[in-house]
Every structure is written in C-alpha cells, then in structure tokens.
Ligand binder design. Structure first.
Ligand SMILES: CC(=O)/C=C/C=C(C)/C=C/C1=C(C)CCCC1(C)C
Ligand SMILES: CC(/C=C/C=O)=C\C=C\C=O
Ligand SMILES: [Fe+2]
Length: 570
C-alpha cells in the first residue's frame, strides 16, 4: 500500500479572507458558524520550497455573496441500535452550499489549472423520512478549483424540480431510483401511474455524473432524460434544464454518455420494442440524431445500460441480462432489484455498431455479466491492420446482482467488520468481428490484485476508444462493505498499485493528464475521501507512482459522491 507521507502545508489565502471556511456546527437556529483556527494544525515541512501562511482567523462571518443555507437536521445520523455515528460518506451533507480555500499539505503541481467537479447523491432524507438507496439522494455537486498550486473548494445542491419540491413540501414528490412518493388515495396512485407514462412523475434529480460538452456547457446527468441539468462550473449555480430539441422521445437514457471535444454519443433504451437507439449530438446543439438501432436478441426488455464503451470506429452496445422491468416500474414498493429484473435465461449479448454507418457489424452471445461501468474499449488489429476483434473492459460483478442490494443505505451504514462486499473484477470482453456467434469474458488481471473489489473507474481520456494500459478505479482492502481503496491497474503487467486509508471511503479516482504528456500515466489522480472520524479531504496522487502528492482537508465531512469531470482553465 502506498504511504500517506505528508510533506508540506501550503496556503495561498488571499486577503481579505473572502473565501471562507465554513464549519457546520450543531446549531439549530438555522445558522452555521464559521471557525477555522483549530482545523489546520499540521505545519509546513521546511524542506519544501512552497510558501506557507498560517490561518489565524476564527469565527469569520459568512461573506455577503454566499448564503449558507442549512439543510434540515437529521437525528438519524446517530444509529438507532448502537448509537454510533454513521460513516460521514453515508450521512447527508449539512448545508446547501459552501465555498472556501483549503490549506494544502504537499504540493499541487502548478500545471494543474482548472476545476474538478464531482456529482453524487449527497442528501438522503427529507424531513424525517430517510431514503433507502445510495442512488436516491439529492444531487450534491462538489468543486475543486486548482490554480497556482492553490485550491478553492465548495459544494452546492443542484436545484432540480425534485429537490425544490421536496424542500417546499417537506416530502418526496417524484419517483427516485428506489423511492416512490406516498399516495393519499387509490385515485392519486392511478394519477401517478398516468404521470409515470408521460414521465411527469419521474425524477430530474441529476445525481449521477457531470460532463463538459464540446461547446463548454457543463451538464449534470442521471438516468432520466429530464434529469439533464446545466450548471455553472464556477458558481455551481443551476442554470436550467438541458432540453433535447429533437423528437427522439423516450424517458430514460444511459447515465454515462461518451463525451469528447467533438463527440457526444448516447444510448436510449426502447422499452416498447426492446432495443436501443444509438444517437449523437453535435457540440453547440441540443439535437440528438440517431446513428442506428440495435434490437435486443432476447428477453422481455432491454438490459440496463448505465454506461457503454466506444472504440475509434464503433459503438459497443451491451445487452445485460439485468433488464428494465415494466412491472417493477409500476410498483409503489421497491422490489429486490428495484426497476430491474435478472433474466439469466435471456442470456447476454454484445452488439457492435459502426459509428459512421449505424450498421451492426457483430452481435455475439457472451457469458452472463453484471456491470455499471465500462472502463474502455479498443479495436484489436492483425499485422495488416485489419480489425479482428473489439476488446471492451468493465467493472464486472461476477454476474451477481447482489451489489445493488449492498448499496442500500442501511447496509452501507451498518458495517460491523464483516467482509460483505461481493467480489468484482476487471471483466474483459473479446468480441470477434469474423462472424463467430460467441464472445469471451475473462478477468483482465487476477482480482486479488485489487482485493476483489472493482468499480468507479477512469482512464486517461486521450486513450478513449484506443488500446490503453492503465485504468484507475476503487478496489477493496478486506474486510469491507464498500470499495475502500484507490487502485491503479496495469493491464499489460496485470498488476495493481493500491492506496488505502483505514476506515476511509474514497470516491472515483479521476485522472487528469499533464499538458504535453507523452506517457499514458503522466498526470494526477484526484479523489475525495470521506474519513472514518467524520472528516473529509481532497487527495491528489501521482498518476505514475500512485504516491500521494497533496491533500487538502475540507472543514466538514464529505458525503460519498459518484462521477466527476475536468474543466480546464480557459
Ligand atoms: C445514481 C445512479 O447511479 C443511478 C440513478 C438512477 C435513477 C435515478 C434511475 C431512475 C429510474 C426511474 C426513476 C424510473 C425509470 C427507471 C430508472 C431509469 C431506473
Ligand atoms: C458505487 C457503485 C458500485 C460499487 C460497487 O462495488 C456504483 C455506482 C453506480 C453509479 O454510478
Ligand atoms: Fe455511474
């Protein structure tokens, strides 16, 4: 395991103290006080050349331009049974927004200039009502702005209709991942079903990811199309809905489109005539155009497509036997697999569509699989440069759907030292393009290399769709109930380097390449850590050595978050 060596305490705080550290205190008068004096006590290491300024300010008043809005207090941060605090990763954020400069320990490379945004479900209750599932929480956007070796951080709740309505009415008003609003009467239930078909009752809680489009707009996303929300990456303001101006219809889409400077590709599952539309959208437009369609090979409905991979010339459309389930969509109470169902008899397939023509060039049966996240894919060529196969890698849960249940908040909050995280691996699909009917699925490396935990991945974006060597993800140091390491996977050497901080929950390691880099792993990896003592910090690892290069403590504990993006400084 990599060491946690700390080298320096660096602060670039400008005067006056416009950026303010907000310590959320246990006050019930609707205010939070700000106190920083005792929070950053580690001293600079004199062997480093960075400048250090101690913070001396206490009880700083909230600056005018920030309204710090406390969220409803929740007694349930204390566990009913053993009166221990829940891990901060699974505890609702305590205030609507915050912004301030963080003291940096170590050194942020000067080339790292821009904003890292991370989205995720950070508020899991409304009034006295606790949500069930990790994916139900209202979206909390966290921001790390890096400039000249300094770090300004902040977070803000996304002002979705679902979030605003819940706050106003003090109750759940839209259907979330597992939560359904309570109905006062049978009539209102029937009304809600009608709204389900029109999409009106579905959530727009954009809590899954955040992407920067080629035209610069920054959009937060979830699995419902209406949950595409444009935000300002500097202020974290919610600017409004991202309205798709086409007539493709449908209510849901893949939560992870493929987004580059020039490309936006998405998958729209068709629940009526089971299949998927593959669509693209040009930068500067809101109009998706269909590239092609894949009909499902089997099953009553399409498989869940949380994400999908692409190569340089092809879109890979996975058909997972964990399929959307119309009956479960209609139910008011959650089922074991929520809106999905496991259909092993329907088999699993991978389809390859040509980006340029929309033609399906391969459609093969593969071993059963369960994945949320594809890592990358590429074209395997022979000596003459002919594409022989498509290789597609994913975080694969050994064809076991129990991971969905393990992500229930009750399970996440009740860790008692037992090793309950189901095994996962880097699943590597090999999909032949020679007309063979079957593809292969194997572990790309021995899963013990990363503790048999595997999810929340990123790569160097310059290698998207290309042959690549390194993936960054969360693995496991067992016993655990959730992926608790950051791991760098070397797919050539079939080795992993792991970072671990006892009791901490790290979020997706996000790779940012050094401008001008020629090596694939020349860059930094950003993650945000929720600590077992209730604190939280931003962490920077060297992309190559995977050693810590800097960390910066937040003045409050961080709730877990899902996916991020990088917005370079203009
Ligand atoms: C946070 C995350 O990774 C996934 C969130 C998924 C959501 C919010 C799914 C919502 C859905 C509905 C509210 C009804 C229709 C089906 C489905 C897309 C699963
Ligand atoms: C956090 C997660 C899976 C962890 C499994 O080990 C999945 C998140 C999915 C949505 O983005
Ligand atoms: Fe995801």
């Amino acid at each position: 395991m990599a060491s946690l060596a700390l080298s320096a305490t660096v602060s670039c705080l400008s005067q006056p103290l416009e950026a303010v550290f907000g310590k959320v205190a246990d006050r019930r008068d609707g205010c939070c006080y700000l106190g920083i004096s005792s929070m950053f006590s580690r001293k600079a290491n004199s062997s480093t050349s960075t400048t250090t300024r101690e913070l001396t300010v206490t009880n700083v008043a909230s600056p005018q331009r920030l309204s710090i809005v406390p969220l409803p207090e929740k007694e349930s941060v204390v566990d009913d049974h053993n009166h221990q605090r829940n891990h901060v990763a699974w505890t609702s954020v305590r205030q609507e927004r915050w912004e301030g400069e963080l003291v940096v320990e170590g050194e942020i490379p000067l080339w790292l200039s821009g904003t890292y945004l991370r989205n995720g479900p950070g508020l899991w209750h409304i009034g006295d009502y606790n949500f069930r599932h990790l994916f139900d929480g209202y979206a909390t956007l966290v921001r790390l702005r890096f400039e000249n070796g300094c770090l300004i951080a902040g977070h803000r709740q996304i002002e979705s209709e679902a979030y605003k309505a819940a706050k106003k009415n003090n109750k759940l008003c839209y259907r979330e991942f597992s939560e359904v609003p309570k109905f006062d009467s049978f009539l209102s239930y029937v009304g809600d079903l009608a709204n389900l078909f029109s999409g009106a009752s579905l959530t727009d809680n954009a809590n899954t990811g955040v992407v920067k489009l080629g035209d610069g707009r920054v959009v937060c996303l979830t699995e419902t199309q209406k949950g595409s929300i444009v935000i300002d990456p500097d202020t974290l303001d919610t600017l409004g809905k991202f309205e798709y101006s086409d007539s493709l219809g449908g209510l849901i889409h893949s939560a992870h489109p493929i987004v580059t400077e020039t490309e936006f590709l998405t998958l729209l599952p068709d629940l009526i005539k089971p299949g998927y539309l593959v669509a693209k959208m040009e930068p500067g437009t809101n109009k998706r155009k269909v590239i092609g369609r894949v009909d499902c090979r089997s099953g009553p409905s399409p498989g869940w497509v949380h994400s999908f991979p692409v190569t340089e010339h092809y879109v890979v459309v996975p058909e997972m036997p964990l399929r959307y389930c119309a009956q479960n969509l209609l139910k008011a109470e959650p089922t074991p697999l929520y809106k999905f169902n496991w259909h092993p008899g329907s088999k699993a397939f991978m389809h390859i569509m040509c980006k340029a023509s929309g033609q399906i060039v391969a459609s093969v049966e593969v071993p059963l699989f369960v994945t949320f996240h594809f890592i990358n894919a590429y074209e395997e060529k022979d000596e003459e440069g002919r594409v022989m196969a498509i290789v597609a890698d994913c975080c694969e849960h050994n064809a076991d759907t129990t991971i969905l249940d393990k992500l229930r908040l009750q399970n996440l909050r009740s860790f008692n030292g037992q090793d309950v995280l189901p095994d996962a691996r880097v699943g590597r699909f090999t999909i032949p393009l020679d007309g063979s009917p079957f593809g292969e699925l194997d572990a790309a490396l021995e899963p013990d290399e990363h503790g048999r935990g595997m999810d929340m991945c990123s790569i160097n974006p310059a290698y998207l769709g290309k042959k690549y060597r390194y993936a960054y993800a969360c693995g496991a140091q067992r016993p655990c109930n959730f992926p608790n390491t950051l791991t760098k996977i070397d797919l050539v050497e079939k080795k992993a380097k792991n970072w671990y901080d006892e009791g901490a929950v790290p979020s997706e390691p996000f790779f940012v390449a050094r401008p001008g880099a020629t090596e694939e792993d020349d860059g930094v990896v950003i993650s945000m850590i929720s600590e077992k003592n209730g604190d939280g910090y931003a962490l920077l690892l060297d992309g190559s050595t995977f050693e810590e290069i800097a960390r910066a403590k937040f003045p409050y504990g961080l709730p877990y978050g899902l996916h991020g993006c990088w917005v370079p400084k203009k």
